[in-house]
Design a protein around this ligand. Structure first.
Ligand SMILES: Cc1ncc(COP(=O)(O)O)c(C=O)c1O
Length: 396
């Protein structure tokens, strides 16, 4: 019986798809010690450097000492601590929504929201490049799910019309468009205003996964809706996580209070899972405090994005259209990409190679992610390694 799993693992190894873990033995910062070596990190979602920020640590330690390490039960039993409700109010206000509900992770927020909101006789239209947790949520829901080509809203509308014309018995109960805000492997931004316009025409909901956008884009770091200056919209359901720019852990859904009340009653990953530890919730609140008070982190992140983009273009990698900290350097060939990533790591730069099945064939890439806390020297060091090794491998 075990032989089956051994064979599967062997198959992954043969196909070059076997995954291994790298051990980090230092605090999570712009430099980390990986497998015993110090490297500059260009692969973290800790965009604002908050994961090791004194204010987040102080908040966590104080709440840990006063309230203990675990919530002890799910929210609906006896795990609903005051700090959870405070965090929900704070994130709702930060996202300019009337209400919010928190989950243990962003993954669980997506699974819980999608599977409870969309069911039998509903239609989901999901962007081709959406995150795995959205894909899993769609699969687990019993809704009819159709994938539209990446950000192609004309195609989305065509697929929608075809589905509506084929559908019998008076139409779907509900229609959902689901999209990442910032796409996690490509760093581009979803065309939210146009998506909402189509949603209005067809009376559809838009579920926006703002995991990589919250704390990153928009004048206050409010995410994709703020970036496009959109007012609160009862058909917009925003999902996110405290685990990336917010430097903590936990997922959330923010939107109309009726939707939130519904999720509290129906989302299985909320109902049947222990509430977040209070100390973790305290870190998330501390992150919101920082974002609300101080724009310096957002400004230095933007400064670093501009510096890296300018540099990488100047050394011959072509122009970069991306406006976010996720910058894909497309290499194409999977083996060459992995060789390049290994070389970068040997030279002290950790920017991972991403290859199929995570990205399409011939779209293998180095995925660089920038942090507000990267120094100019760290970025310039990375650029000079990209130049030297890119030339050696004849990539540029
Ligand atoms: C777009 C997107 N959504 C959701 C998640 C899941 O968030 P979490 O890590 O909090 O589970 C991630 C990343 O992990 C993500 O990239």
């Amino acid at each position: 019986m075990l032989a089956h799993f051994q064979n599967e693992l062997n198959r992954l190894k043969e196909k070059g798809l076997y995954r291994t873990l790298k051990k980090v033995t230092s605090p999570v910062d712009t430099t980390v010690t990986i497998n015993g070596r110090e490297v500059i990190l260009f692969s973290s979602n800790n965009y604002l450097g908050l994961a090791n920020h004194p204010a987040l640590k102080k908040a966590a330690v104080s709440v840990l000492q006063n309230y203990g390490s675990g919530a002890g039960a799910s929210r609906l039993i006896s795990g609903n601590l005051e700090i959870h409700e405070e965090l929900e109010q704070r994130i709702a206000a930060f996202k300019k929504c009337s209400a919010a509900i928190i989950f243990s992770t962003g993954y669980m927020a997506n699974i819980g929201a999608i599977t409870s909101l969309a069911g039998k006789n509903d239609l989901i239209l999901s962007d081709q490049l959406n995150h795995a947790s959205i894909i899993d949520g769609c699969r687990l829901s019993t809704a009819e799910t159709k994938i539209y080509p990446h950000k192609d809203l004309a195609a989305l509308e065509k697929i929608l019309r075809q589905a509506l014309s084929r559908h019998e018995k008076g139409g779907y109960n509900n229609i959902f468009f689901i999209t990442d805000g910032i796409f996690s492997m490509d760093g581009d931004i979803t065309p939210l205003p146009d998506l909402l316009k189509i949603a209005d025409r067809y009376n559809a909901f838009v579920i926006l996964d703002d995991a990589h956008a919250t704390g990153v884009i928009g004048k206050n770091g409010g995410g994709t809706a703020e970036y496009f200056d959109l007012a609160d919209n009862e058909h917009l359901i925003q999902i996110g996580t405290f685990s990336k720019a917010m430097g903590s852990l936990g997922g959330y859904v923010a939107g109309h209070e009726l939707i939130i009340e519904f999720l509290r009653n129906r989302a299985r990953s909320f109902i049947y899972s222990t509430a977040l530890p209070p100390s973790v919730s305290a870190s998330s609140i501390a992150a919101i405090n920082i974002l609300e008070k101080d724009k310096a982190l957002l400004q230095s992140l933007q400064h670093n994005i501009d510096r890296f983009k300018k540099g990488i273009t100047e050394i011959g990698y072509g122009s970069v259209e991306i406006e976010t900290p996720i910058i894909p350097i497309i290499i194409g060939d999977a083996d060459l990409t992995m060789e390049f990533a290994d070389t970068l790591l040997k030279k002290g730069i950790y920017a991972p190679g991403i290859r199929p099945p995570t990205v399409p064939e011939n779209q293998s890439r180095i995925r660089v992610s920038l942090m507000s806390s990267h120094t100019g020297d760290q970025i310039d060091t990375a650029l000079s390694v990209f130049e030297e090794e890119g030339k050696r491998l004849e990539i540029i």
